[in-house]
Design a binder for this molecule. Structure first.
Ligand SMILES: [Mg+2]
Length: 326
C-alpha cells in the first residue's frame, strides 16, 4: 500500500515514520502479521497490558513526549513488580486525527524509555478515535522466579521503594484543592507525568522478596490485593511512609490522602523476611533506589494503619483510586 504524496498520511506511513526501528532482541519487528518472540531457554514470558484514555488516565494538557514516556513506563512497572526483564511491547493507538506534532513528541518520549530498557516495539494497531493508548509488554523471568502478589508470609517486613504521594499531590493541585509553589508544582507534576519504572529493583528482588506489586492505584488498594491473595493481614505505620519534603510540608490530612490512596506512584510494594532486611537495603542501593520498611505482615486478616501515636486509623471511606468511580 502506498499513498500518493498529496494524500493525507495513512496508517502504514504513520507506523513507518514514527513507530518502526530495527528490532534488537526479537527475531521479527513491526510489519508482519504477527510478532515473533523467542524467550531464552528456561525463561517464562511475563505479559501485561494497560490502557490509557484521555481525561481518565491523563489530562489533555500533558505534553506528548511525557505521555509517550508514561504510557510505556506504567507497563514496564508491571514487569518490574513481577521481577521480569523487559523484552518487547506492542502499541495500539487511537487518535482523532494524524497530528504530526503530537506523534513526533509521543514517539520520542516512548523511544527514549524503550531504548533505556532495550525493549523492542514489535507490533500494534492504529485507528481514528478518541485519544487512547494501549500497550502490552512482554518480559522474561526464569521459571518459578516471578514475584507474585500471593507470596506474602506472616512475619514478613513490608517495604516500598521511592516516595509516595507526589503524583496525587499534583492531581490535587490541578483540581485546585491545594496550592503549591512553582517549584513544588513542577516536582509534583514530574512525579505524575514521568514515573520511573523500578525495573532494576524488581530484578534485584528476585529470590529475595516473597511478594510484590507496583503501586498504581494507591497503597491501601494495592496492599489490599497482596493481603487478599496471600491470605494474611498487615500493620502499617503511617509515620514510616516515605514522602518528599514537598508532601511533608502539606496538611496532615492531605499527606494521609496522598500517601494512602494516592495512586500513580509506580513504586514497588513488596514483602521479605525480616532476616533479609540488610539484603533488601543492599538491593535498593545497587539500583540507586531508596527502599523503606513501612510495616509488617500479620496472621490476622485485614489492614491496620497506625498513626504516629500508635492508634489505628479509621480507614472506612478511604479507598483505592477507581477509574470507574473517580
Ligand atoms: Mg500493577
Amino acid at each position: 500500500v502506498s499513498a500518493s504524496p498529496r494524500a493525507p498520511m495513512g496508517e502504514f506511513d504513520l507506523i513507518a515514520k514514527w513507530f518502526t526501528k530495527p528490532a534488537r532482541r526479537s527475531p521479527l519487528g513491526v510489519g508482519d502479521d504477527c510478532a515473533l518472540l523467542a524467550p531464552r531457554a528456561g525463561q517464562q514470558l511475563a505479559v501485561s497490558t494497560d490502557l490509557l484514555v484521555e481525561g481518565r488516565h491523563f489530562l489533555s494538557t500533558v505534553p506528548a513526549d511525557l505521555l509517550g514516556h508514561k504510557s510505556l513506563a506504567v507497563n514496564l512497572s508491571d514487569l518490574a513488580a513481577c521481577g521480569a526483564e523487559p523484552l518487547a511491547f506492542t502499541l495500539s493507538l487511537a487518535m482523532p486525527r494524524v497530528d504530526s506534532e503530537f506523534l513526533e513528541g509521543f514517539s520520542s518520549g516512548l523511544w527514549t524509555l524503550a531504548d533505556r530498557f532495550h525493549v523492542d516495539l514489535v507490533g500494534g494497531d492504529t485507528t481514528a478515535g478518541p485519544l487512547t493508548i494501549g500497550i502490552t509488554v512482554f518480559g522474561e523471568v526464569p521459571k518459578g522466579a516471578a514475584l507474585l502478589r500471593g507470596g506474602a508470609q506472616v512475619g514478613d517486613d513490608l517495604w516500598v521503594s521511592g516516595t509516595l504521594g507526589d503524583a496525587r499531590l499534583a492531581l490535587e493541585a490541578f483540581r485546585g484543592r491545594v496550592s503549591l509553589s512553582e517549584a513544588g508544582f513542577a516536582q509534583a507534576r514530574r512525579a505524575m507525568e514521568q514515573p520511573q519504572p523500578r525495573v532494576e529493583l524488581g530484578l534485584a528482588l528476585r529470590g529475595l522478596a516473597h511478594s510484590a506489586i507496583d503501586l498504581s492505584d494507591g497503597l491501601l488498594g494495592d496492599l489490599g490485593h497482596v493481603l487478599a491473595r496471600s491470605r494474611v493481614g498487615a500493620v502499617v505505620d503511617e509515620a514510616l511512609l516515605p514522602r518528599s519534603a514537598l508532601l511533608a510540608s502539606q496538611s496532615s490530612l492531605m499527606q494521609r490522602q496522598c500517601l494512602l490512596t494516592g495512586g500513580d506512584d509506580y513504586e514497588l510494594l513488596f514483602s521479605a523476611a525480616p532476616q533479609d532486611a540488610q539484603r533488601v537495603l543492599q538491593a535498593g542501593q545497587s539500583c540507586l533506589t531508596t527502599v523503606t520498611r513501612i510495616g509488617r505482615v500479620v496472621a490476622d486478616a485485614g489492614l491496620i494503619v497506625r498513626d504516629a501515636a500508635g492508634q489505628a486509623l479509621d480507614l472506612h471511606g478511604q479507598r483505592a483510586f477507581d477509574h470507574f468511580a473517580s
